[in-house]
Design a protein around this ligand. Sequence first.
Ligand code: SF4
Length: 397
Amino acid sequence: MNKKVLIGDYDSIYKLITSFENIFDYVKYLVIIDTTIDENDYTLNYESYLNKFYLETDELIISTNYDYDVLKQKLPQVNRIIYARDWILEMLKETKIIHKPKFIRLELSTVCQLNCRECYMRKGNYGVVGKGYLKFEQFKQFIEENPFIQEIEVSNSGEVFLNPDLEKILKYSYEKNIYITMENGVNFNFVTESNLEALVKYHVKGITFSIDGVTQETYGYYRRNGNLNTVLNNIRKLNEYKRKYNSYYPKLKWQFIIMNENDHEIEKAKELATSLNMDIFYKVDWSGKYIPKDKEKIKRITGINFDDTKMTNDICKQMIFCPQINWDGRLLGCCVVYRDDWKVNVFSEGLINALNSKLYRKMIYTLLGDEPVNEITPCIDCETYMNCNSKGMKIII
Ligand code: SF4
Protein backbone atom coordinates (compact mmCIF):
# COMPACT_ATOMS: atom_id res chain seq x y z
CA MET A 1 0.00 0.00 0.00
CA ASN A 2 1.11 3.53 -0.82
CA LYS A 3 2.23 5.27 2.38
CA LYS A 4 4.23 8.26 1.21
CA VAL A 5 3.68 11.72 2.66
CA LEU A 6 4.81 14.84 0.83
CA ILE A 7 5.32 17.70 3.25
CA GLY A 8 6.44 21.29 2.78
CA ASP A 9 5.44 24.87 2.11
CA TYR A 10 2.50 25.74 -0.10
CA ASP A 11 4.51 27.14 -2.98
CA SER A 12 6.78 24.11 -3.38
CA ILE A 13 4.02 21.56 -3.05
CA TYR A 14 1.85 23.41 -5.50
CA LYS A 15 4.66 23.56 -8.03
CA LEU A 16 5.38 19.87 -7.68
CA ILE A 17 1.84 18.66 -8.09
CA THR A 18 1.21 20.96 -11.06
CA SER A 19 4.42 20.00 -12.88
CA PHE A 20 4.50 16.22 -12.68
CA GLU A 21 1.85 13.74 -13.67
CA ASN A 22 1.28 10.57 -11.63
CA ILE A 23 2.55 11.98 -8.32
CA PHE A 24 -0.63 10.77 -6.64
CA ASP A 25 0.04 7.21 -7.72
CA TYR A 26 2.81 7.34 -5.13
CA VAL A 27 1.92 10.00 -2.57
CA LYS A 28 -0.95 9.36 -0.18
CA TYR A 29 -1.00 12.59 1.83
CA LEU A 30 0.04 16.14 1.19
CA VAL A 31 0.87 18.18 4.26
CA ILE A 32 1.23 21.91 3.78
CA ILE A 33 3.10 23.89 6.42
CA ASP A 34 2.71 27.58 7.03
CA THR A 35 6.14 29.11 6.45
CA THR A 36 5.16 32.51 7.77
CA ILE A 37 5.48 31.32 11.37
CA ASP A 38 8.82 31.30 13.16
CA GLU A 39 11.28 28.46 12.92
CA ASN A 40 10.43 26.81 16.25
CA ASP A 41 6.71 26.79 15.57
CA TYR A 42 7.46 25.51 12.12
CA THR A 43 9.38 22.58 13.58
CA LEU A 44 6.59 21.82 16.02
CA ASN A 45 4.02 22.04 13.27
CA TYR A 46 6.02 19.66 11.13
CA GLU A 47 6.23 17.15 13.92
CA SER A 48 2.65 17.40 15.08
CA TYR A 49 1.36 16.89 11.57
CA LEU A 50 3.65 13.97 11.07
CA ASN A 51 2.63 12.35 14.32
CA LYS A 52 -0.91 12.28 13.01
CA PHE A 53 0.20 10.41 9.96
CA TYR A 54 3.19 8.43 11.10
CA LEU A 55 1.38 5.14 11.63
CA GLU A 56 0.62 5.12 7.97
CA THR A 57 3.87 6.66 6.79
CA ASP A 58 6.77 4.66 5.50
CA GLU A 59 8.34 7.35 3.38
CA LEU A 60 8.47 11.05 3.96
CA ILE A 61 9.22 13.44 1.09
CA ILE A 62 10.24 16.84 2.37
CA SER A 63 9.91 19.79 0.04
CA THR A 64 12.18 22.29 1.73
CA ASN A 65 15.66 22.32 3.18
CA TYR A 66 14.27 21.30 6.54
CA ASP A 67 16.97 19.84 8.75
CA TYR A 68 17.18 16.28 7.57
CA ASP A 69 19.11 14.88 10.55
CA VAL A 70 16.80 16.44 13.12
CA LEU A 71 13.79 15.00 11.39
CA LYS A 72 15.36 11.57 11.12
CA GLN A 73 16.13 11.59 14.83
CA LYS A 74 12.64 12.70 15.77
CA LEU A 75 10.81 10.30 13.51
CA PRO A 76 12.64 6.98 13.82
CA GLN A 77 9.50 5.11 12.80
CA VAL A 78 9.66 6.50 9.26
CA ASN A 79 11.66 4.16 7.01
CA ARG A 80 12.96 6.74 4.60
CA ILE A 81 13.12 10.52 4.56
CA ILE A 82 14.05 12.10 1.25
CA TYR A 83 14.21 15.62 -0.17
CA ALA A 84 11.55 16.25 -2.83
CA ARG A 85 14.27 17.25 -5.28
CA ASP A 86 16.03 13.87 -4.90
CA TRP A 87 12.75 11.98 -5.02
CA ILE A 88 11.69 13.73 -8.25
CA LEU A 89 15.08 12.92 -9.78
CA GLU A 90 14.71 9.27 -8.82
CA MET A 91 11.14 9.05 -10.13
CA LEU A 92 11.97 10.78 -13.41
CA LYS A 93 14.90 8.45 -14.01
CA GLU A 94 12.70 5.44 -13.37
CA THR A 95 10.07 7.02 -15.68
CA LYS A 96 7.46 6.70 -12.96
CA ILE A 97 6.34 10.32 -13.21
CA ILE A 98 5.97 12.53 -16.29
CA HIS A 99 7.18 16.11 -16.57
CA LYS A 100 4.01 17.89 -17.67
CA PRO A 101 3.88 21.45 -16.30
CA LYS A 102 0.52 23.19 -16.17
CA PHE A 103 2.28 26.56 -16.09
CA ILE A 104 4.40 27.70 -18.98
CA ARG A 105 6.00 30.88 -20.25
CA LEU A 106 5.23 31.67 -23.87
CA GLU A 107 6.64 34.89 -25.31
CA LEU A 108 4.03 36.92 -27.20
CA SER A 109 6.50 39.43 -28.66
CA THR A 110 10.21 40.11 -28.70
CA VAL A 111 9.48 43.36 -30.53
CA CYS A 112 9.86 46.47 -28.39
CA GLN A 113 9.67 50.18 -29.14
CA LEU A 114 12.02 51.32 -26.35
CA ASN A 115 15.80 51.25 -26.20
CA CYS A 116 16.51 50.55 -22.53
CA ARG A 117 20.10 51.07 -21.48
CA GLU A 118 20.94 47.59 -20.26
CA CYS A 119 18.59 45.63 -22.52
CA TYR A 120 20.43 42.40 -23.28
CA MET A 121 18.19 41.73 -26.27
CA ARG A 122 18.99 44.96 -28.07
CA LYS A 123 22.66 44.80 -27.02
CA GLY A 124 22.93 41.20 -28.15
CA ASN A 125 21.10 41.90 -31.44
CA TYR A 126 18.18 39.65 -30.36
CA GLY A 127 20.46 36.64 -29.92
CA VAL A 128 18.96 33.60 -31.61
CA VAL A 129 15.40 34.29 -30.48
CA GLY A 130 14.94 36.91 -33.19
CA LYS A 131 12.51 39.75 -33.49
CA GLY A 132 8.91 38.61 -33.89
CA TYR A 133 5.59 37.80 -32.31
CA LEU A 134 3.35 34.81 -31.74
CA LYS A 135 0.40 34.48 -34.10
CA PHE A 136 -3.06 33.63 -32.82
CA GLU A 137 -3.39 30.47 -34.94
CA GLN A 138 -0.18 29.05 -33.44
CA PHE A 139 -1.35 29.89 -29.96
CA LYS A 140 -4.72 28.22 -30.54
CA GLN A 141 -3.10 25.09 -31.92
CA PHE A 142 -0.68 24.96 -29.01
CA ILE A 143 -3.55 25.10 -26.50
CA GLU A 144 -5.54 22.48 -28.39
CA GLU A 145 -2.55 20.14 -28.33
CA ASN A 146 -1.86 20.76 -24.63
CA PRO A 147 -5.24 21.03 -22.91
CA PHE A 148 -3.68 20.49 -19.46
CA ILE A 149 -2.15 24.00 -19.46
CA GLN A 150 -3.70 26.25 -16.83
CA GLU A 151 -1.58 29.39 -16.75
CA ILE A 152 0.71 31.20 -19.19
CA GLU A 153 3.16 34.00 -18.55
CA VAL A 154 3.35 35.90 -21.84
CA SER A 155 5.85 38.71 -21.23
CA ASN A 156 9.61 38.42 -21.26
CA SER A 157 11.99 40.08 -23.69
CA GLY A 158 9.69 42.40 -25.68
CA GLU A 159 6.47 44.36 -25.31
CA VAL A 160 3.34 42.20 -25.46
CA PHE A 161 1.16 45.13 -26.58
CA LEU A 162 2.99 45.20 -29.90
CA ASN A 163 1.52 41.81 -30.77
CA PRO A 164 -1.40 42.55 -33.13
CA ASP A 165 -3.13 39.28 -32.11
CA LEU A 166 -3.01 40.04 -28.39
CA GLU A 167 -6.74 40.54 -27.86
CA LYS A 168 -7.66 37.37 -29.73
CA ILE A 169 -5.17 35.46 -27.58
CA LEU A 170 -6.59 36.92 -24.36
CA LYS A 171 -10.18 36.19 -25.37
CA TYR A 172 -9.39 32.62 -26.38
CA SER A 173 -7.47 31.97 -23.14
CA TYR A 174 -10.37 33.34 -21.11
CA GLU A 175 -12.82 31.05 -22.92
CA LYS A 176 -10.52 28.09 -22.24
CA ASN A 177 -10.16 28.99 -18.53
CA ILE A 178 -6.44 29.66 -18.87
CA TYR A 179 -4.95 32.38 -16.71
CA ILE A 180 -2.69 34.85 -18.47
CA THR A 181 -0.04 36.82 -16.60
CA MET A 182 2.25 39.62 -17.82
CA GLU A 183 4.37 39.59 -14.71
CA ASN A 184 7.79 39.55 -16.25
CA GLY A 185 7.11 43.11 -17.29
CA VAL A 186 5.50 45.53 -19.72
CA ASN A 187 6.50 49.11 -20.47
CA PHE A 188 2.87 50.12 -21.23
CA ASN A 189 3.80 53.03 -23.51
CA PHE A 190 1.62 51.82 -26.33
CA VAL A 191 -1.82 50.39 -25.54
CA THR A 192 -5.10 50.96 -27.29
CA GLU A 193 -8.37 51.64 -25.50
CA SER A 194 -9.57 48.26 -26.64
CA ASN A 195 -6.38 46.58 -25.27
CA LEU A 196 -7.09 48.16 -21.88
CA GLU A 197 -10.65 46.90 -21.81
CA ALA A 198 -9.54 43.41 -22.93
CA LEU A 199 -7.08 43.16 -20.03
CA VAL A 200 -9.97 43.54 -17.60
CA LYS A 201 -12.73 41.81 -19.57
CA TYR A 202 -10.63 38.68 -20.10
CA HIS A 203 -9.34 38.60 -16.52
CA VAL A 204 -5.61 38.90 -17.09
CA LYS A 205 -4.38 37.79 -13.68
CA GLY A 206 -1.45 40.12 -13.07
CA ILE A 207 0.69 42.75 -14.79
CA THR A 208 4.08 44.10 -13.77
CA PHE A 209 4.95 47.57 -15.06
CA SER A 210 8.57 48.56 -15.54
CA ILE A 211 8.75 52.14 -14.28
CA ASP A 212 12.08 53.33 -12.90
CA GLY A 213 11.33 56.88 -11.89
CA VAL A 214 8.62 59.38 -11.08
CA THR A 215 9.88 62.18 -13.35
CA GLN A 216 10.40 62.04 -17.10
CA GLU A 217 14.07 62.83 -16.58
CA THR A 218 14.82 59.75 -14.47
CA TYR A 219 12.31 57.47 -16.21
CA GLY A 220 13.65 58.40 -19.64
CA TYR A 221 17.25 57.95 -18.55
CA TYR A 222 16.84 54.17 -18.58
CA ARG A 223 13.63 53.64 -20.61
CA ARG A 224 14.87 55.56 -23.63
CA ASN A 225 12.00 56.49 -26.02
CA GLY A 226 9.52 55.98 -23.19
CA ASN A 227 7.11 58.60 -21.86
CA LEU A 228 6.20 58.48 -18.19
CA ASN A 229 2.97 60.48 -18.49
CA THR A 230 1.66 58.18 -21.19
CA VAL A 231 2.37 55.14 -19.01
CA LEU A 232 0.75 56.62 -15.90
CA ASN A 233 -2.30 57.73 -17.87
CA ASN A 234 -2.66 54.27 -19.33
CA ILE A 235 -2.57 52.81 -15.80
CA ARG A 236 -5.24 55.29 -14.67
CA LYS A 237 -7.44 54.26 -17.59
CA LEU A 238 -6.88 50.61 -16.75
CA ASN A 239 -8.02 51.32 -13.19
CA GLU A 240 -11.16 52.93 -14.60
CA TYR A 241 -11.95 49.75 -16.51
CA LYS A 242 -11.36 47.72 -13.35
CA ARG A 243 -13.92 49.93 -11.59
CA LYS A 244 -16.35 49.70 -14.51
CA TYR A 245 -16.20 45.88 -14.51
CA ASN A 246 -15.92 45.78 -10.72
CA SER A 247 -12.91 43.52 -11.22
CA TYR A 248 -10.03 42.64 -8.94
CA TYR A 249 -8.04 41.59 -12.03
CA PRO A 250 -5.53 42.38 -13.32
CA LYS A 251 -3.51 42.76 -10.14
CA LEU A 252 -1.05 45.61 -10.77
CA LYS A 253 2.59 45.63 -9.71
CA TRP A 254 5.19 48.36 -10.19
CA GLN A 255 8.76 47.20 -10.72
CA PHE A 256 11.37 49.87 -9.97
CA ILE A 257 14.96 49.08 -10.98
CA ILE A 258 17.23 51.08 -8.67
CA MET A 259 20.17 52.89 -10.19
CA ASN A 260 22.51 55.67 -9.11
CA GLU A 261 20.45 58.02 -11.30
CA ASN A 262 17.04 57.30 -9.70
CA ASP A 263 17.48 56.17 -6.10
CA HIS A 264 16.32 59.57 -4.81
CA GLU A 265 12.85 58.79 -6.18
CA ILE A 266 12.18 55.43 -4.54
CA GLU A 267 9.99 56.85 -1.75
CA LYS A 268 7.91 58.98 -4.08
CA ALA A 269 7.43 55.95 -6.31
CA LYS A 270 5.97 54.07 -3.35
CA GLU A 271 3.43 56.84 -2.72
CA LEU A 272 2.50 57.05 -6.37
CA ALA A 273 2.09 53.28 -6.61
CA THR A 274 -0.33 53.29 -3.66
CA SER A 275 -2.38 56.07 -5.25
CA LEU A 276 -2.57 54.00 -8.45
CA ASN A 277 -3.72 50.87 -6.62
CA MET A 278 -0.45 49.07 -7.32
CA ASP A 279 2.02 47.09 -5.22
CA ILE A 280 5.63 48.10 -5.71
CA PHE A 281 8.83 46.09 -5.60
CA TYR A 282 12.41 47.09 -6.23
CA LYS A 283 15.29 45.40 -8.00
CA VAL A 284 18.90 46.31 -8.58
CA ASP A 285 19.93 46.58 -12.22
CA TRP A 286 21.83 43.67 -13.75
CA SER A 287 24.86 45.74 -14.71
CA GLY A 288 26.10 45.74 -11.09
CA LYS A 289 26.90 49.48 -11.39
CA TYR A 290 24.60 50.57 -8.59
CA ILE A 291 26.31 51.52 -5.33
CA PRO A 292 23.91 52.78 -2.64
CA LYS A 293 25.19 55.81 -0.75
CA ASP A 294 23.08 54.90 2.27
CA LYS A 295 22.59 51.13 2.36
CA GLU A 296 20.46 51.17 5.49
CA LYS A 297 18.03 53.74 4.14
CA ILE A 298 17.64 51.95 0.82
CA LYS A 299 17.13 48.68 2.68
CA ARG A 300 14.44 50.22 4.89
CA ILE A 301 12.48 51.51 1.90
CA THR A 302 13.01 48.70 -0.60
CA GLY A 303 13.71 45.66 1.56
CA ILE A 304 16.89 44.93 -0.44
CA ASN A 305 19.77 43.76 1.71
CA PHE A 306 23.01 44.77 0.01
CA ASP A 307 25.12 42.75 2.45
CA ASP A 308 23.46 39.52 1.43
CA THR A 309 25.69 38.07 -1.26
CA LYS A 310 24.12 34.61 -1.30
CA MET A 311 24.06 33.00 -4.73
CA THR A 312 20.76 31.66 -5.92
CA ASN A 313 19.69 29.53 -8.83
CA ASP A 314 15.98 30.24 -8.46
CA ILE A 315 15.52 31.22 -12.11
CA CYS A 316 16.62 27.72 -13.10
CA LYS A 317 13.42 26.38 -11.53
CA GLN A 318 11.57 27.72 -14.56
CA MET A 319 13.11 24.85 -16.57
CA ILE A 320 11.01 22.50 -14.44
CA PHE A 321 7.98 24.44 -13.23
CA CYS A 322 7.24 26.93 -16.03
CA PRO A 323 9.49 26.45 -19.06
CA GLN A 324 10.09 29.40 -21.37
CA ILE A 325 9.07 29.04 -25.02
CA ASN A 326 10.01 31.55 -27.71
CA TRP A 327 7.34 33.19 -29.93
CA ASP A 328 8.30 30.84 -32.77
CA GLY A 329 8.02 27.72 -30.60
CA ARG A 330 11.70 27.15 -29.81
CA LEU A 331 12.27 25.84 -26.32
CA LEU A 332 14.39 28.26 -24.27
CA GLY A 333 13.85 26.74 -20.82
CA CYS A 334 14.22 29.84 -18.69
CA CYS A 335 13.67 33.57 -19.17
CA VAL A 336 17.35 34.55 -19.45
CA VAL A 337 18.21 32.27 -22.37
CA TYR A 338 18.42 34.16 -25.68
CA ARG A 339 21.78 33.36 -27.28
CA ASP A 340 21.01 29.70 -27.87
CA ASP A 341 18.09 27.34 -27.50
CA TRP A 342 17.60 23.65 -26.66
CA LYS A 343 17.44 22.71 -30.37
CA VAL A 344 13.86 21.58 -30.19
CA ASN A 345 10.64 23.27 -31.29
CA VAL A 346 7.56 22.90 -29.12
CA PHE A 347 5.13 23.85 -31.90
CA SER A 348 6.42 21.29 -34.38
CA GLU A 349 7.59 18.53 -32.03
CA GLY A 350 5.08 18.85 -29.18
CA LEU A 351 5.57 20.24 -25.68
CA ILE A 352 5.98 16.94 -23.85
CA ASN A 353 8.42 15.62 -26.49
CA ALA A 354 10.43 18.84 -26.25
CA LEU A 355 10.62 18.65 -22.46
CA ASN A 356 11.74 15.05 -22.79
CA SER A 357 14.41 15.76 -25.39
CA LYS A 358 17.76 14.34 -24.35
CA LEU A 359 19.79 17.45 -23.57
CA TYR A 360 16.97 19.30 -21.86
CA ARG A 361 16.23 16.29 -19.69
CA LYS A 362 19.92 16.01 -18.76
CA MET A 363 19.94 19.64 -17.63
CA ILE A 364 16.90 19.02 -15.46
CA TYR A 365 18.73 16.12 -13.84
CA THR A 366 21.68 18.45 -13.21
CA LEU A 367 19.43 21.04 -11.60
CA LEU A 368 18.02 18.32 -9.37
CA GLY A 369 21.51 17.39 -8.23
CA ASP A 370 22.91 15.02 -10.84
CA GLU A 371 26.29 15.37 -12.56
CA PRO A 372 26.86 18.60 -14.55
CA VAL A 373 26.00 18.29 -18.26
CA ASN A 374 29.15 17.93 -20.39
CA GLU A 375 27.68 19.02 -23.71
CA ILE A 376 27.33 22.65 -24.78
CA THR A 377 23.96 23.97 -23.66
CA PRO A 378 22.29 27.41 -23.51
CA CYS A 379 23.25 27.46 -19.83
CA ILE A 380 26.96 27.23 -20.46
CA ASP A 381 27.85 30.94 -20.32
CA CYS A 382 25.10 31.88 -17.87
CA GLU A 383 26.35 33.49 -14.67
CA THR A 384 24.01 31.34 -12.60
CA TYR A 385 25.39 28.23 -14.20
CA MET A 386 28.96 29.31 -13.56
CA ASN A 387 28.22 30.29 -9.96
CA CYS A 388 25.81 27.58 -8.91
CA ASN A 389 25.00 24.61 -11.06
CA SER A 390 28.44 23.79 -12.43
CA LYS A 391 29.60 23.67 -8.80
CA GLY A 392 26.91 21.17 -7.93
CA MET A 393 24.66 23.58 -6.05
CA LYS A 394 21.22 22.02 -6.07
CA ILE A 395 18.02 23.96 -6.48
CA ILE A 396 15.80 24.10 -3.45
CA ILE A 397 12.26 22.88 -3.93
S1 SF4 B 1 21.80 28.09 -15.55
FE1 SF4 B 1 21.14 30.10 -16.37
S2 SF4 B 1 20.39 29.66 -18.42
FE2 SF4 B 1 20.47 27.71 -17.32
S3 SF4 B 1 18.47 27.41 -16.42
FE3 SF4 B 1 19.72 28.43 -14.87
S4 SF4 B 1 19.34 30.62 -15.15
FE4 SF4 B 1 18.64 29.58 -17.01
